[in-house]
Design a protein around this ligand. Structure first.
Ligand code: ADP
Length: 411
């Protein structure tokens, strides 16, 4: 890449689009921002540069924006803030790659059509991940768009970790465990050995705890098992998702409560988890500040489930060397980290309470020097991982193009 080449990363959800601009070979963050409140209330935009200085702010009091309008605004904003940089490609976070896509791909009309078929497997994410891709294709068809998948890091898991005990005719339809948050786990797997080279071959359980929450067993940098499965509703309780429930519960909801698929989807994805149990909020900060017994119960249930999954993932690894916290809750809630670590003492986890409370910035170890299991906090950075994949993909396809040209027989 030239010094002034840059990669734009788009991470789009149902009501927001986050964007980041990385420049140069080292992919230094130059700008980042977001448009929030799409489709609802007053859409708001803000952006900061690498120093944190605000470089753009705007709101739309008249009517909220949709994904296409938001992308049109972002293109205009980017153009006026490129400062001589050239956008080489746009990298998108796409939640589900299904069976077909386990590495970054060029997003064209054909790929988009295939990815749309996976919408039922990730109804809360996939349509919103794809909306900005479609908008960009219409607005600026010449721009290279690359899709990076949350499922990809898990694609090499052992066969047993991916299997449900279902008959082959169901499994062959792609009904298996995929795992998600893979871009976050891949980043953690790369960052840990940079922070401590002795961890290159460690057995790691990483917990990405944000609005979506999951855990992943990693051995020597390779994903071995994860708590999320066929969809991103499995595993831990999350902000509004229930996590693992007995499949018999779904049958009961259908047969006895006469709920249809849409109502069940709404219940499992949007009305459960921290929000459903507490009846107050999906936001961990609000629950931690509340005295309500149901708020306490919601947090206790999350901690309890993290502890159970930790035991299960440690079993999948045959032991545990490192526990990692990441995501908005994992990085910011000292109370949750302390509760999880207290529960995991049987595995040899000994937290340093002072380091945990006064957490320094960056990738930090927070366990006592004599802890058998090292505990680390790694701030999530899926955006950087997407930029790295997009950069590598673009370089590889440019090289292939050059090879193609030089290999062409003279006419
Ligand atoms: P997303 O999965 O949408 O990217 P985040 O990773 O930003 O979400 O995590 C959001 C969660 O992090 C929310 O539950 C929020 O309450 C929690 N969180 C953020 N800051 C704190 C804090 N200081 N203490 C406790 N929880 C926090």
């Amino acid at each position: 890449m030239q010094a002034k080449d840059c990669i734009v990363v788009i991470n789009a959800g149902s009501s927001s689009i986050k964007f980041s601009l990385f420049e140069g070979d080292a992919l230094d963050l130059a700008l980042k921002g977001k448009i929030e409140n799409l489709y609802q209330g007053q859409s708001r935009f803000s952006a900061v540069d690498a120093t944190g200085a605000v470089v753009g702010e705007r709101s739309w009091p008249e009517a909220p924006l949709d994904h296409a309008q938001a992308m049109a605004f972002l293109i205009g904003f980017a153009h006026s803030h490129l400062d001589g940089r050239k956008v080489v490609a746009i990298g998108h976070r796409i939640v589900h790659g299904g069976v077909d896509f386990s590495s970054p791909i060029r997003l064209d009309a054909d790929a988009l059509a295939r990815l749309e078929q996976l919408v039922p497997l990730a109804p809360l994410h996939q349509p919103h991940n794809l909306a900005p891709v479609r908008a960009m294709m219409a607005l600026a068809p010449e721009v290279v768009q690359v899709g990076c998948f949350d499922t990809a890091f898990h694609a090499q898991q052992p066969v047993l970790a991916q299997a449900f005990a279902l008959p082959p005719e169901i499994t062959e339809r792609g009904v298996r465990r995929y795992g998600f948050h893979g871009l976050s786990y891949e980043y953690i797997a790369q960052r840990l050995p940079q922070a401590d080279p002795r961890l290159a071959n460690a057995r790691v359980v990483a917990a990405h705890l944000g609005n979506g929450a999951s855990m992943c067993a990693i051995d020597s940098g390779r994903s071995m098992a994860s708590t999320m499965g066929f969809t991103a509703v499995d595993g831990l309780p999350m902000g509004t998702r229930c996590g693992a429930v007995d499949p018999g519960v779904v049958l009961y909801l259908m047969q006895e409560l006469k709920m249809d698929a849409a109502a069940i989807q709404q219940l499992l994805y949007q009305q459960s988890g921290l929000l459903g149990v507490s009846g107050i909020s999906s936001d961990m900060r609000t629950l931690e500040q509340s005295d309500a017994p149901r708020a306490r119960l919601a947090i206790d249930l999350m901690v309890y489930r993290i502890g159970r999954e930790l035991g299960s993932l440690a079993a999948a690894l045959g032991g545990l060397d490192v526990l990692v916290f990441s995501g908005g809750i994992g990085e910011n809630s000292a109370a949750l980290r302390a509760a999880v670590c207290a529960q995991a003492q049987w595995l040899g986890v000994a937290l340093d309470p002072e380091l945990n409370r006064a957490l320094p910035a960056g990738v930090v170890r927070i366990s006592r020097a004599d802890s058998k299991v090292a505990v680390w906090v790694v701030p999530a950075n899926e955006e950087w991982m997407i930029a790295r994949h997009t950069q590598a993909f673009t370089l590889a396809s440019n090289q292939a193009k050059i090879r193609g040209l030089t290999l062409m027989p003279p006419s």
